[in-house]
Structure formats: C-alpha cells, structure tokens
Ligand binder design. Structure first.
Ligand SMILES: Cc1cc2nc3c(=O)[nH]c(=O)nc-3n(C[C@H](O)[C@H](O)[C@H](O)COP(=O)(O)OP(=O)(O)OC[C@H]3O[C@@H](n4cnc5c(N)ncnc54)[C@H](O)[C@@H]3O)c2cc1C
Length: 486
C-alpha cells in the first residue's frame, strides 16, 4: 500500500486502465490466515471481475474511488468502517436514515459485544443486569441472581450513533440519507476490474475498491452476494414508559419467558423509566406472535401503560453453506444472516463480523487482480466460519432442543447450578457456547444426550427437523426487497 493510501483525506482518483496490473503487490501475503491457493475459485473470480472495455474514462475526468465503501451504519457497518479507517484507508459509510435512528432491538449487550468495541468506547448503559427471572409461558417463575454483572442494556439509537462517531474519528466519512439500491461488478458503470460501482437511489454512483454490505436483515447487498437463509423469525417489541415504582421493581433484573410457540420467547429489559418488552417467534405465525405479545404485556400488568414505540422486525440466520462474499463485495452482520439462532442475539455477531469484514475489505481493496481479491474474500469467510460459524452450529442445536423441550430447558437452567453458571459465563463473555461444548466434557455430553432424546422423542434430530412454521418461512420465496420493518 502506497503512502498516500495511509491518509484519510478523501477518495483517490482512478488509475488509467492497465495501471492496475502494474501496481505493486499488496500486503495481503503478510496476513495471518493463509488459505491454500484456490485455482477453481480463481476461475469464478475472473468471471466475477471481467475487464471493462478500454477507453471508458468519463469525459469529465477520472471518477473518484474509495478504498472501502460500507453500506449501512448499524453496529456491523460502523465496526467495519472503523476497522478499515484505523488501517489508514479511505472509507465511506453510507446510511439511508438520518442518525440517530430507531432500531427494533432489546439492546442487550453481552460480553463478546463489549470486548469488540473500539478502544475508548464508553457503553451508554441504561441498566446493568444482575438477576434473571425465567418463566415458562408465564408459569414456574424463578429468579436467579449474580453478584457480578451478567450483561448490560443500551438504547440502540444512542449506541449506534456513538459507534459511528468512533468510525468517523478514525477517519471514515459518513453520508446519511444515502440509500443504496444495488452494487455492480461488471458493466458500463464499472471503470475497471479493480472497482465496484455502488448505485444510490438518486442515481448517483459511488466507486470503491471493496464494498462491505452491512445493510441489515433485508439486505440488498446480501441479495447481490446470494446469502441463503435457513431461519427467519419475527420480533415484536414495545418501548413502555413506566412510573418510578414499576421501574424500581425491574431495576437490574430482566425477565425471559419461554413462549407458547416452538422456539418462541419473550423478554423484559429495563432501561430506567422505560421497559423494552418483546417477543420473538418463527415467521409465518404472525397472529399467534401478536397474541403472545398482548398476553405477555397483560400478564405483566403493563397493559395500562401506553408504549412510545411499537414495532416489528425480521431476524434471519444464514445456512451453513451461505456465501459471505462475491467478487470484491463482503457481507457482515444481519446482512450476512449472522445471528445467534437460539437467542437471536445479533449485536455481538454484527460487531465481530463487521470488524473482520473491515479488516479483510482493506486487503480486498489492495488486491490488484481477481484471484487475489477472491483469496482475501475467502480468508474473510474462513475467519467467520471458524468463529461465528461454529457458534451458530451450536446455537442451532440449542434451538432444536428448545423448540421441542422448552420445559426441560427451563428446568435445567433454573434448577441446575452448572447450567445457570454456564448461562452467566456466556452472557458475561468469559465463555462461549461453542467453546464450552468443545472443551467441557460435561457440557458436550449433556448436549449429546439432549440431541439423542430429541431423536427418540420426536423422530427428528437437530439436523433434520420436521416442517415447522420456521422452516416454511425460510423456504418461502422472497423478493430482494422483503420488508425490513413489519
Ligand atoms: C425484536 C428484536 C430484538 C433484538 N434484541 C437484541 C438484543 O437484545 N441483543 C442483541 O445482541 N441483538 C438483538 N437483536 C438483533 C440485533 O438487533 C441485530 O442483529 C443487529 O441490529 C444487527 O446489526 P447490523 O448492523 O447487522 O444491522 P442493523 O442494525 O439493522 O443496521 C443496518 C443499517 O443499514 C441501513 N440500511 C439498510 N438498507 C440500506 C440501504 N439500502 N442503503 C443504505 N443503508 C441501509 C439501516 O438503516 C441500518 O442503519 C434483536 C432483533 C430483534 C428483531
């Protein structure tokens, strides 16, 4: 990378056709993860990055090219923009909304989220959770407490805006009110084989050496990459202001209610004078999910308080073999379907995958040919699969058990101290579900036993579930512009 690339002054100017091939080699070879050479993929990559016709420079002079363009300024996008900007690259962060913007989310910040924040980032915590009340569709409530904080609670508008500020301080440029409609890696809008065209709703085209798609669960960039989804859920949530006496009752304590539909659950997350109350269940059961939300709010005695916001949002989990890149475009966070399948915790997935996407996008941007760009993109996919991919696989097994045996899970977590300790360790970030299953013989045997019990009790194991509303929803045909807010 040449020295002018280390400045964040603004976009560079595109090199004349042919210069790319003569540019010095990238720093890619010095990176940590080193996959084997990929001749078969190289053929794909070459077709993904076909050379543009010669003499395509616009009449009004060379177009500007950013090193990295990030689409979407949620936790994934802000993290990616930060990572690429601290590496000294010219980064443009495009966001369709004005910031701060509301996002339907409980705002639970577990240890791995906290551990991935940029240095100096102070979490705008609304509450610190020291106790969890678990119930089984409103019954058998039991509260477990911890002297040490389990996890934190934030408001997303504030948290996300703060993350974006950190990316800006690192040198990234932010443009709000910029809706991306598509990216192109071939065709007249693409001046050469090293460049991606990012097309905005007003017709403007922005050029980049690498693009990171972080545009959430209805991602257009995900559609371009061909992200495949194995699980789609609908979350409903209300922000309910409550009087001080009610707020005091919830301070430092959350409620998790295992719900009436398979795989569903509800939560109360206190944030000072407001309670964030929500439920989540497989898409395709909209009426039942709405009824669960209404019953849940009523039995908590909160029906008399008017919510300031009531909203819904889909969450989507990728299949194991879903792509994470195409050509010079990487996807991360919800856009890639990276989400914990059981709890649908996604902030830590967004922060962790966003950081990796930003780091690897830098190397994709440095790549002078399609084969090297492809190699760097596959390095990113490798890093995701080795970390979050393993976590997701365990999460899927947990969800499969939970869908069929919520009572067993409730009894285990409320009645067995090692299970509660495991829950506490995971939320604090001192352990991961995947790590526990890998290194703790007892956890592994318990999970295997539960897998077996499901095989015998339902005739369907975790890898081969019956056709539930979730499976039907995941296989429903979906247009590129599936509604994000519902
Ligand atoms: C009801 C509910 C509760 C949840 N609770 C929790 C929780 O407590 N803890 C947790 O960890 N996770 C939770 N999640 C999951 C979490 O909200 C997501 O996983 C997380 O927001 C993903 O971050 P992201 O940056 O990938 O996407 P997002 O946060 O969705 O950000 C995407 C950004 O891209 C922008 N954008 C979209 N399209 C375009 C476009 N075409 N052009 C430009 N910009 C665009 C959007 O405006 C948005 O700012 C919850 C989800 C739901 C639905």
């Amino acid at each position: 990378m040449s020295s002018e690339h280390a400045e964040n002054a603004g976009p560079e100017h595109i090199e004349p056709e042919g210069a790319a091939a003569e540019a010095p080699g990238s720093a890619a070879g010095s990176t940590g993860a080193e996959p084997a050479a990929l001749p078969a993929d190289a053929a794909d990559a070459a077709s993904d990055e076909a050379p543009a016709p010669a003499g395509d420079e616009p009449a009004d002079g060379p177009a500007e090219v950013w090193d990295v363009v990030v689409v979407g300024a949620g936790p994934a996008g802000a993290s990616a923009a930060y990572a690429a900007a601290v590496a000294g690259r010219r980064v443009l962060l495009l966001e369709k909304s004005e910031l701060p913007r509301y996002k339907t989310c409980g705002g639970g910040i577990i240890g791995p989220s906290r551990d991935t924040l940029p240095p100096g980032f102070e979490l705008p915590l609304q509450d610190r959770v020291h106790a969890v009340t678990f119930s089984l569709d409103g019954r058998f409530a039991r509260t477990r407490r911890s002297r040490r904080m389990l996890f934190g609670l934030i408001n997303r508008p504030e948290f996300d805006a703060q993350l974006v500020e950190h990316a800006q301080k690192a040198g990234a440029e932010l443009r709000t009110g910029a809706t991306v409609t598509r990216v192109e890696q071939h065709g007249p809008a693409v001046p050469d084989r090293r460049t991606v065209a990012v097309v905005l709703a007003d017709g403007e085209t922005v050029l980049a050496r690498a693009v990171v798609g972080a545009d959430g669960s209805a991602s257009r960039i995900g559609a371009h990459v061909g992200v495949k989804l194995g699980q789609v859920d609908l979350g409903l949530e209300a922000e309910i202001p409550v009087p001080p006496s009610v707020a005091e009752d919830w301070k430092g304590r959350v409620l998790i209610d295992w719900g009436p539909m398979p795989g569903s659950y509800g939560w109360v997350f206190p944030k000072g004078d407001t309670l964030t109350v929500g439920v989540i269940s497989a898409r395709g059961e909209g009426a039942a999910t709405k009824r669960y939300m209404e019953d849940f709010v009523a039995r908590l005695g909160l029906a008399g308080f008017e919510p300031t916001i009531s909203s819904g949002h889909l969450t989507r989990c990728r299949t194991d073999d879903s792509p994470l890149s195409r050509g010079r475009v990487l996807v991360c966070g919800d856009a890639a379907g990276l989400l914990e399948p059981w709890t649908r915790e996604g902030i830590s997935y967004a922060l962790r995958s966003g950081r990796l996407a930003g780091e690897w996008a830098v190397r994709v941007a440095e790549s002078n040919d399609a084969v090297d760009a492809r190699r760097q993109a596959l390095n990113y996919a490798f890093a995701i699969k080795a970390g979050l991919g393993v976590e997701m696989a365990v999460g899927r097994r947990m969800l499969a058990i939970f869908e069929r045996r919520p009572g067993l899970l409730h009894a285990t977590i409320t009645g067995l101290r090692p299970a509660w300790n495991a829950f506490a360790d995971i939320t604090r970030g001192s352990a991961t579900l995947g790590g526990m299953v890998r290194s703790n013989g007892m956890a592994r045997r318990a999970l295997e036993l539960l897998d077996k019990r499901m095989d015998t009790s339902s005739g369907v194991g975790p890898a081969g579930r019956g056709v539930s509303a979730r499976d039907r929803a995941a296989s429903e045909p979906e247009g590129e512009q599936a509604p994000e807010e519902v």
